[in-house]
Design a protein around this ligand. Sequence first.
Ligand code: FCB
Length: 465
Amino acid sequence: MSIPAFPELPAHFRFAATAAYQIEGAHDEDGRGPSVWDTYNHTPGRAVGGATGDTACDHYHRYPEDIALLRDLGVDDYRFSISWPRLLPRGSGPVNPKGLDFYDRLIDELLAADIAPAVTLYHWDLPQALEDRGGWRVRESAEAFAEYAAVAAERYGDRVERWITLNEPFCPAFVGYAEGRHAPGAREGRGALATAHHLLVGHGLAVRELRAAGAREVGITLNLDRLHAVSDSPEDLAALRRAEVLHNEVWTEPLFTGRYPEHEAETWEGLADGPWRRPGDLELIGAPLDFVGINFYRPITVAAAPRREDVPALRTAVDIGVTEPNPYGTRLTTMGWPVVPSAFTELLCDLHSRYPQLPPLWITENGSAEADSVTPDGRVHDAERIDYLADHLAAVADAVAAGVDVRGYYGWSLLDNFEWARGYEQRFGLVHVDYDTLTRTPKDSYHWYRGLITAHRARTEEPAR
Ligand code: FCB
């Protein structure tokens, strides 16, 4: 196997990421309440193979082993999420002391291993009690989110390096409420714009709480998409415009310019000025951030498509088609995602040139799902993942060379885990998990990443740990 060369990166590039529902398990232990994902997965016909996160990687019990893996990997920073319903089982109101204790133990164990905690507050596990009262369709959830942020900041703020309010609000808002392919499984098409707005309001309110509690660094993570039109026809270019609003500008414009997207009416039609937008919201949402997290996996190519009122999907509601099969002619990961690292550089450079006020960027997720298995030699030979990571890290290095301020990189993910609607079939980990025995086996990519960190540390002449 030929090992690709290590890309040269600026200082501080050595991290890994996970999310609570995807790894913790212990779904009904120690007072945790249900989230929309528990309800969703316990509904027949949802996740692939009827999978649930009930046990997942059992990280709730095995976190010391997982932190040892992180320590041996050499990361000096670890991004994980707190499960909102573990802290506040009903979303607001009574706090669960055992939930608070779990993250105390996790954070303290990380610090003992010399790893700085980076916490995501919302990685999609909305407490079911809030969904029962309207979920992100109503402003009350944004207010409850602020209450939860305040509880977390007060308890852990002395030890957390970096706070991420929301992870990829696109997914809960549009995949969850417009298309129903994620929890809570609602199919409300354009109407989901209200949920996008309430997520942003929740972000703004949480930032206020985090600042008031003296949090160190505060930001948000977005999965902005590098979009291409399938052709230069006026119809396809108009579809690209609508898609830019839907995928990117709905977040970036309020967050970084304090305005709603200029061309949004074409995408949202009569909804653009919904009553849920209130005076003062833009100031709240657009409050300055210390960083913005970017998650990137693959680019998307769009085309004009006839409206399909019979198909409950947001893109069809705004006359956008996603071209299939892969128009890039490159390899696909097992997710069916085309591998196009240059699109990552384009995305970062474009963002940098469009928004002069953009705070520093962190890559908060990037990685690939591959058909991994433990071979008779007891190892996992995931050469394709190594190529993917090396090429995407090189793409980040290209953006940095072009002047984009990128401070760090978190690979997705430390462990194979519960991949939402795709269940356990998609393996993104640097560490293989056998879901029958829960045995962890570091893959070749884990060893490569460790080598990258060691080489990087030596090159940037940071003191050895
Ligand atoms: C992102 C999610 C993360 C994981 C990866 C593959 O959209 O934030 O939880 O599922 O995709």
